[in-house]
Design a protein around this ligand. Structure first.
Ligand code: ATP
Ligand code: MG
Length: 255
């Protein structure tokens, strides 16, 4: 299996504060891979390092085989064309309508005609389960769940090899989260991307994650499938999953 993202001994510091202390992980091609950990454990920071928005203090990062800490401009552009990102905070521009929000990337990265861009936008909007009527609407007119779907359509617009999603279901109710998860796994099967997803939702981990890393105490405490990770005497892991299981049960759907 091909390694799509590889981190080796990543150390991250903000001033004197150490966030990651030699974190390593591997994401394989076609996986839905989770980054888990408590609030402030450095999940978003780690993802931002994978997409060249932040630079670690030391370590190695390879994405699609490219060493991104020593990358040239051409390869950097290649990567930006080949990954899609959904950020944790406010995914859309409020002053642009939905069509324009998605078109931003096509305008930046391609010289395609308006007609082709419109067709691509309409296709992606349909793929995420929305009607083309939303394209003329503004973000403030959409529900939280619809906004996440639009943000996903935007992340998918260039048919990326890798999707990076930071808490894509935060703020959604359990049914909305489950729908989003199901859609993601369907799209992965149709489009064949690899997805790296920051989440603290254990239902998501159970339902769609192939493998994940658990961050804690600045380290990668564990990496593997849910069964592999839970097969442990490690107190931190047991506590993390018990505490979070309590949280998921409270908001559980249908059961
Ligand atoms: N630009 C920055 N400058 C200084 N400290 C930062 C910066 N970005 C993040 N940090 C710190 O790094 C740590 C990890 O932050 P990060 O946002 O990666 O956590 P997280 O796991 O994504 O948390 P959450 O679940 O709340 O989103 C936090 O202590 C945060 O305060
Ligand atoms: Mg975060």
């Amino acid at each position: 299996m091909e390694k799509v993202v590889e981190l080796k001994d990543i150390v991250t510091k903000f001033g004197k504060k150490v966030v990651h202390d030699r974190v390593s992980l591997t994401v394989n091609e076609g996986e839905i891979y989770g980054i888990l950990g408590g609030s402030g454990s450095g999940k978003s920071t780690l993802m931002n390092e994978m997409i060249m928005l932040l630079r670690p203090y030391s370590g190695e990062i390879k994405v699609l085989g490219k060493d991104i800490l020593r990358i040239n401009k051409k390869d950097a552009l290649y990567l930006k064309h080949n990954w899609g990102v959904l950020f944790q905070s406010g995914a859309l521009f409020s002053s642009l309508n939905i069509r324009e929000n998605i078109d931003v990337l096509l305008k930046e990265y391609t010289k395609l005609s308006k007609k082709i861009r419109d067709e691509m936008i309409e296709m992606k909007i349909e793929l995420v389960g929305l009607g083309s009527d939303v394209l003329d609407m503004y973000p403030s007119e959409l529900s939280g769940g619809m906004i996440k779907r639009v943000a996903l359509a935007r992340a998918l617009i260039m048919d990326p090899k890798i999707l990076f999603l930071d808490e894509p279901t935060s703020g959604l109710d359990p049914i909305g989260s489950r729908d989003f998860d199901n859609m993601l796994i369907n799209l992965r099967d149709i489009l064949g991307f690899t997805a790296v997803i920051v989440t603290h939702d254990l239902e998501t981990v159970k339902n769609i994650m192939d493998r994940f890393v658990l961050l804690g105490n600045k380290k990668a405490v564990a990496e593997g499938t849910l069964d592999e990770v839970l097969d442990t005497d490690n107190e931190y892991i047991k506590k993390f999953f018990n505490v979070n299981r309590g949280e998921t049960r409270r908001v559980r759907y249908g059961k």
